[in-house]
Design a protein around this ligand. Structure first.
Ligand SMILES: Nc1nc2c(ncn2[C@@H]2O[C@H](COP(=O)(O)OP(=O)(O)OP(=O)(O)O)[C@@H](O)[C@H]2O)c(=O)[nH]1
Ligand SMILES: [Mg+2]
Length: 296
């Protein structure tokens, strides 16, 4: 498994052959994406959810995305220590990804790693990502269920985070509810929810947790089941999956086309062309048309 994941992550030779073969075995895992500000308690919550699912005799795959990013410095060590509990349990597979800025998009690579875990027969896949940018929004979009984690006492947190992340939440978690202000955060979320009704008619529930003490975890598990039941009842699961695939296909196409254009150009020439444009020796518009072979 580790070798398969590395191959896919690094685009090692044979990666696409592997994914092609694996695809027919996928689509059975429940993929849950968890996102939130640095230090919100994502890893603690993932750890607790993993425990819950293991108790129900489900196998779990965990992908911790980009734990070495400057947003969450030191998390890798913290995650290792916290998750050591599980290391003896073959029912849990944990993988950290730190591929920001490398081959392909982070979202695509994460999706491909999830594909490997899915094909391996994991019942549940938990993806932890720091909710800060477009990459993360793209990552959680590939999940079947997206959990957005907020914490009290971060002032205008709800306000700042709402732009990108709020819309993608299927379930809200207010972690660190042992701290003062959990009710206020809940009120703020409710206020935002009353302004925008979701297209699918689902009102994301708000679950209060104290992850460090294992409180509220069963409620979170129940909220996940409730959402899944809603998708099923309303026949929305396939639609959601189709929407996700539409995004992913565009993304994959973009990558493939870019790769092809790069290969045609040969190494180093993008830099040379950029210099020519910078020196106004040629215009970028005709240049791009030439590269993609569209001559008007
Ligand atoms: N008081 C309190 N502390 C908590 C709770 N949940 C987690 N913590 C603590 O918050 C700190 C950060 O928790 P993590 O699980 O590492 O948070 P994270 O969101 O994964 O952090 P990054 O991956 O670095 O972004 C740890 O010291 C946890 O023990 C909670 O419910 N209440
Ligand atoms: Mg973490």
């Amino acid at each position: 498994m580790a070798r398969a994941i590395s191959m896919v992550e690094n685009r090692g030779s044979g990666w696409s052959t592997l994914l092609k073969e694996l695809f027919s075995y996928t689509g059975k895992s429940r993929v849950i994406g968890l996102t939130g500000a640095p230090g919100a308690g994502k890893s603690t919550l993932v750890d607790q959810l993993a425990r819950l699912y293991r108790k129900q005799e489900q196998t779990v795959g965990i992908i911790a995305v980009d734990p070495t990013s400057p947003y969450s410095g030191g998390a890798i060590l913290g995650d290792r220590i916290r998750m050591q509990d599980h290391f003896a349990d073959p029912g849990i597979y944990i993988r950290s990804m730190a591929t920001r800025g490398s081959l392909g998009g982070l979202a695509r690579t994460t999706a491909d790693v999830a594909t490997v875990l899915d094909a391996s027969g994991r019942d549940v896949i938990l993806i932890e990502t720091v909710g800060v940018g477009q990459d993360e929004v793209d990552i959680v979009r590939l999940a079947d269920i997206t959990v957005v984690i907020l914490v009290p006492g971060m002032g205008d947190d709800v306000q700042t985070i709402k732009a990108g992340i709020m819309e993608i939440a299927d379930i809200f978690v207010i972690n660190k509810s042992d701290r003062e202000g959990a009710e206020r955060v809940e009120r703020e979320i409710r206020a935002l929810q009353s302004l925008a009704i979701r297209k699918d008619g689902w009102t994301p529930p708000i679950v209060k947790t104290v992850a460090s003490e294992g409180k509220g975890i069963e409620e979170l598990g129940a909220a996940v089941i409730e959402y899944e039941a809603y998708l099923k009842k309303e026949n929305l699961a396939l639609k959601k999956s189709t929407d996700n695939w539409q995004e992913r296909l565009v993304e994959m196409l973009r990558d493939a086309m870019l790769e092809r254009a790069r290969a045609q150009l040969g190494g180093g020439s993008i830099a040379r062309l950029a210099a020519e444009v910078a020196e106004h020796k040629r215009d970028p518009y005709s240049l791009i048309e030439e590269i993609v072979g569209k001559k008007i």
